[in-house]
Structures are given as C-alpha cells and as structure tokens.
Design a protein around this ligand. Structure first.
Ligand SMILES: Nc1ncnc2c1ncn2[C@@H]1O[C@H](COP(=O)(O)OP(=O)(O)OP(=O)(O)O)[C@@H](O)[C@H]1O
Ligand SMILES: Nc1ncnc2c1ncn2[C@@H]1O[C@H](COP(=O)(O)OP(=O)(O)OP(=O)(O)O)[C@@H](O)[C@H]1O
Ligand SMILES: [Mg+2]
Ligand SMILES: [Mg+2]
Lengths: 262, 262
C-alpha cells in the first residue's frame, strides 16, 4: 500500500524542500521504493537531488496539464530506490489552469491513481513525498487532496510559529470538505538551535500547544544541510556523519514506526 | 515626489518582511513620511510592527476588492512618520479575484494613484514600501506594476542564489511589457555570515555576476533581528546598537543616496 505524504507550509524558507528531499532519500536508503515529487515552480527539489532544471524534458506540468502519463515524467536519481518527478517554472502557469476548472483540485490525485493502478506490484512505490511551494494555492491544494498525510515543517522562529495555527485550521477545513482521510503525520521543528532563547521558547510553545502531534525528532540547524544542495546530494550522501544527517535518519525511523501502528 | 518600492522574491524565507519593516522604520526615523504596505496574506509585516491581525478592521483586501479608499485602511503605528496598510488571510482570495480580470494587475496602482492625488502635500508620503508574498502571482504583479523600483533580498545560500536569475528575468519581461520605468533599486544580501564558506562563496558569486546592482551594505545574520518581531518592534527600536540595526541603517543611507542621484 503506497503512502502519499505532502510537505506543506505557506511560510517561506522553513525547510520544506530540505525535509522532502532528505526524508525521501532516507526512506530510499532504508529500502523503501520512494518517489519525490517536486511541486514547486522554483524546482528546488529537482536541483537538490542533482538535476539541472533547464535540461529536464518532461515535468509535473506535463502530467497535470498535458495529460502525459505520470510514469513518463519519472527520472531515476543517482540514489537506489529514489525516483524524481521534476519541476521547473512551467508549473507557474499550472496554477492558473487548475484554478479555472472546478475539478482542477483533483488533477494530481487522478494522475497518481492512474499510475499506481497500472504499475506492476514489484515496481510500485512504497512512499510518494510531495514538496510544496510556499503558498496555499491550487498546487498545495492538489497535493493535499492526493495525500494520505501531511508534514508541517516549522522553523523555530516567530513568524513561522504565527503561521502554524493558520495552516492547521486550513487543513482541517480541507479534511472536512474534500479529503476526510487526510491525516497529520506530524509538525516538524526545523533549524533548531537550543543555544538560542528564541528557538527554545518557540519549541516549548509548540510542544505545549500541539503535544503528540509534534515529532519528537527535531532537525538541528546545520550548515552542512545548506551546503548539500549545491552538490545535488541529500545529506546522508553528502555528509553521513553530520548532525543534520542524524536528524533526518531519526525522523525517518519515527515515520516508519507510524507504519506499523496504523 | 513619492517613491514606491517593492520588496520581492519568490524564494521563501529570504528576509523580505524583515527588510521591508526595517527599511520603512529607518526611513521614518530619518524623517521621511513612510507607508509600509503588507501585501502578503500571511500578514507578517502587520504583526511585525505591533498589530494583531485578527483585530484589524480594514485591510489592503478592502482597498483592492471592495473599493475602500486607500486612506481609510491606513493605521498609525507607534513609530513617528510610519503608517501601515495592514493585511490578513482575506488577501488570499484577492489573488483569484485579480486573476479573473484583465485589468486586475493595475488595481493597486489605481488605488494608490487616487490616494496620492487627493492627499494634501503636507501629509503625502515620501516613501511607500511594499512587502510581497513568496510567489510571482497576481499580488506581486500588482506591487511591481505600482512601483518605481524593486529590492530583491537574497539569502546567501544555494537555493536563493539559484532563484535570483529567474526573478531578474521575470522582472525584465515585466518592465518591457507593462511598466517601463520600473528600476532595480538593488539586490540585497541577507543573513550573511562571513565565517561560513557557503555564505562567502554565494556573496562572491552574486557580486561577480551582478556588480553594482548589489547593495554594498549586507544584512548580517543576527538573532536580535529574528527576536524583534515577537515584540512587534523594528530592530532600531528593539535593539538600536545591534549589528542588525546597523545593517538596516546603512542600507537606508544607501537608498537615500540614490535619491540625490536620480
Ligand atoms: N536544518 C537546517 N540547517 C541549516 N540550514 C537549513 C536547514 N534546513 C534548511 N536550511 C536552509 O535554509 C534555506 C531554506 O530551506 P528550504 O529551501 O528547504 O525551505 P523551504 O520551506 O523549502 O523554502 P520555500 O518556502 O522557498 O520553498 C535553504 O537555503 C536551506 O538550505
Ligand atoms: N538577518 C537576519 N538574521 C537572522 N534572522 C533573520 C534575518 N532576517 C530574517 N530573519 C529571520 O528569518 C526568517 C525569515 O525572514 P522573513 O520572514 O523576513 O523572510 P520572508 O522572505 O519575508 O519570508 P516569506 O517568504 O515567508 O515571506 C524570520 O524568522 C526572520 O525573523
Ligand atoms: Mg522549497
Ligand atoms: Mg515575508
């Protein structure tokens, strides 16, 4: 049974792409067949795993708007068990195409269902991870309606904390009206630096307010994590011994543990 | 002559709001009558200068979509010479209203022109600073078409560097087709930490590629800057002696110097 997981937050720069790439790479490393979907016109997840956006022929735009079968846009990455559905700035215009059409919000869900239904068991993915743009528009809506669960990365800073209540309430509305089985996989604290008052304070506030909905794993602030994308490598391949690597390995274990519980 | 300046970058978390608030506050501190427009549905600029988003009655949404005169949405802040045009999540739906209408991209420009034309000389602003959301949608388009110049904050990290070429080329297209007098005020390097290789490397790459289009002032990474918004204070009022404060005071001097040149 494939699990589709979206990484979402309208607040910019909170670590959505970093978390999507590294979670997908760690799941693949643990032997789970994983597809990373870049659903942001910035195409950061695409370059973060080593592809030059301008050289990619077919992207998620083609699967959404040009009816190209999802299988045809998938790329093999340099990492075992990890495939990429790439994006580039073409995806910007998808936002307008989808908005004009009542059933536009289900286009990704339909594309994925057709792919999964026709894919033989032995090559069907175990996980699909979707990296979303910093907005609550048609693209994030499509991702959430195609998902089984959602991860909210939240930077331990004031503006990110302020936006958390909003994103949680919009997702609740979405679950009630469109996708009742959408679950919260967890709130993920990112760029944590426990030497700083602000970071400790925000972490405490979030854990107090949201309890077990917050992953016990936190992602520490680590410059190696921000260096890795310029080499097109997930952290476990760029610097396997680094604190950033350990954070994402621990996060992946927590998510795998959720598997056996559900 | 009023100067309208947009702070834009589709990459999230690069310091748009932090730069818009602190530039506006420093200009006001230098005796320039300044209006800060929060043009992001997240409403971070609104809370960053001390207003609770949920308590604000009229917002930029009302000026854009409900034809409320721009003067009626302005709030007096606690800081001399600084007024705020607030935002909240209502602005999300403006994105769709504006998209459906051919002249939707000029709605802010029209609202501001009506306001400036009818405002008496002695209360007319010297500067209008617009904080944009992390996307290149209708809101950022409206801001750019209403602006005289644009500031691009760029974090000294890989993904922000990658997005810079894209935002510069979209703005060039915009200037050619819609707003030929839109000037580049400058590329602003933010969260600079010269102890880190990555930060030094990205700064060098950007200065080499864009030369005098890059402000000589950089904004250093400083935790006091990320603490200030939780107190609803710009940095020059929260911690006037801090490195973050000095960075924005220097940036403001550079922009005032541009005044005398143009
Ligand atoms: N734990 C971390 N430690 C240090 N740097 C980090 C960490 N996580 C992310 N970064 C860096 O911070 C920046 C923002 O992260 P990222 O781009 O993943 O966020 P995002 O939420 O995907 O942004 P956007 O809203 O633009 O999509 C990037 O330059 C990234 O390399
Ligand atoms: N120079 C700096 N030093 C340290 N922290 C900073 C600095 N500038 C901004 N920050 C912090 O980094 C985070 C991102 O900054 P900010 O919210 O201003 O970016 P933004 O581009 O407006 O984000 P968005 O794309 O969501 O609108 C905030 O928590 C802010 O407090
Ligand atoms: Mg991203
Ligand atoms: Mg902002």
């Amino acid at each position: 049974m494939v699990k589709v997981l979206s990484v979402v937050n309208q607040k910019g720069g909170v670590g959505k792409t970093t978390s999507a790439i590294n979670l997908a790479a760690c799941l693949a490393h643990r032997g789970r067949r994983t597809i990373l979907i870049d659903f942001d016109p910035q195409g950061n997840a695409t370059s973060g795993v080593g592809f030059a956006k301008q050289c990619v022929e077919k992207t998620v735009y083609d699967a959404l708007i040009e009816d190209v079968p999802f299988r045809e846009i998938l790329l093999e990455t340099a990492f075992d068990n990890l495939q990429l559905a790439p994006a580039n700035s073409d995806l910007l215009s998808a936002e307008w195409h989808l908005a004009g059409d009542d059933s536009g919000k289900y286009v990704l869900k339909q594309s994925l269902s057709q792919y999964l239904w026709s894919e033989p068991e032995k090559t069907r993915p175990d996980y699909i991870i979707i990296d979303c743009p910093p907005s609550l528009g048609q693209l994030s809506l499509n991702a959430l309606l195609a998902s089984d669960s959602v991860v909210f990365p939240v930077q331990c800073e004031y503006y990110a904390l302020e936006g958390l209540a909003e994103i949680l309430s919009s997702t609740t509305l979405l679950r009630q009206n469109f996708n009742e089985h959408l679950a919260l996989e967890g709130i993920l604290l990112t760029m944590v630096d426990r030497r700083l008052n602000l970071s400790r304070q925000v972490e405490e506030d979030i854990r107090q307010a949201y309890g077990s909905n917050v992953f016990s794993t936190v992602i520490v602030r680590s410059v190696r994590l921000s260096e890795a994308p310029s080499h097109g490598l997930p952290i476990i391949h760029y610097d396997p011994g680094s604190p950033g690597s350990k954070s994402y390995i621990d996060l992946t274990q927590e998510i795998i543990d959720h598997e056996t519980k559900s």
